[in-house]
Design a protein around this ligand. Sequence first.
Ligand code: CO
Length: 472
Amino acid sequence: MSIVSGTRTDQRLGFADQTEEVRVAELAVSGAVPAWLSGGLVRVTPAQMDFEHRSVTHWFDGLAMLNRFGFDGGAVSYASRFLDTDARRAALASGGRSIDGFATDPCRSLFQRVQSTFSPDLTDNANVNLTRLGDEYLAMTETPIPVRFDPETLATLGHDEGAAAFGQITTAHPHHDPVTGELVNFAAQLGRRSEYRVYARRSTADSRTLATMPVREPAYMHSFAITPRFAVLLENPLVVNPLKLALSGKAFIHNYRWKPERGVRIHAFNRATGALHRSWTADPFFVFHTINAFEDGGDLVVDLCAHPDASVIDLLNLDGLRAGTNAPQDPRPLRLTLPLTGGPVASRPLADVDFELPRIDYRRRNGHDYRYAYGVSSAGSAFLKRLVKLDVADGTYATWDEPSRWAGEPVFVPRPGAEGEDDGVVLSVVLDAEAGRSFLLVLDAGTFEEIARAQAPHHIPFGFHGQFFSGR
Ligand code: CO
């Protein structure tokens, strides 16, 4: 007879706090982890949602914890550690009353947030994504206060203060330019006159503006796309009056309004000159994640995960996720074809499958024509669950799925000397809801079949993104 409550034997366990920080030198492994896999899969997850006096109300507002699966000669180690941020210290000291996040309403005015470029009210709870910038490793959220960390020990090393110059809102999805070595991102500077700014950074101390564009009502944008020539912004029809954002006292995203009549406005900036090459308008949808973009003859092609509308944000409210009452929406992989000399936008689904948390071989294929995308699909279940390998050339797909298992973002790692685009492995942290803990799954990216799994000592809450950092 099980004494485990129902909330801990299905996907709801993925939204339960995990406050234990551990280091395990060698995990139990079944199958064979390739000996060439050397380095660490480091992910960041919201891991503490509950505090003495209150809980956060949205999944996006849990306190950031780093998890690392280390690979060395076929052995797998594990470590987890909270980011030691101002946001965490304040939350623990105030019993949660200090939390002022993406969608958890603050206990105080937001006025300072937009008045000051680098305000203490901007959260440094960098729980969305990780990247490398020069010799630094950064955890990021959508405020311009990345947190530097050690990718081996997971120790927090302080703020990256070089990102705040470009605006108050940025993305946690920068792109590496393989030619210049720069990290390309964009920000929104909010004020009486607001503007978008595309910028590039070579290090935490060396950055430049690539392009700017005035904007009256900035859109919420979680990611963007690049090609060798262009930076491509996709304005969701979810927009904000910057002055209301400053004065409302509501949580960040609750100030944005859904205006489907605007459609999705797409802007391609020439990265060399900063000029706006062209803008297009597509029928309305809501996008968190682009998949890839590339030029094809006279067209700019942009692939992305399209939600019908922005209600997906409310569907990620923590109460509903923990109660199991929030059905996820149905994001579809969508291809937009944008004529570079002007003309209407063509759009078509890439496949008949729901698809989110997309990854490709970004190191070799970002900005170029490509064939394979990896993602997670709910397939009608209560949350993102099964892994999908999508062939964007013909819309066919392969899946990995097991009962009571809930998979996270699939990260592709190429085999050294790889020739084919899918010559390598796909890594995913999977919640085993029956066992009450998580494991690291290793799939052969070519066949999409399991080659190994390594058992983590505890459950790892569902998170958003992570990166594989090669061994040093
Ligand atoms: Co994201």
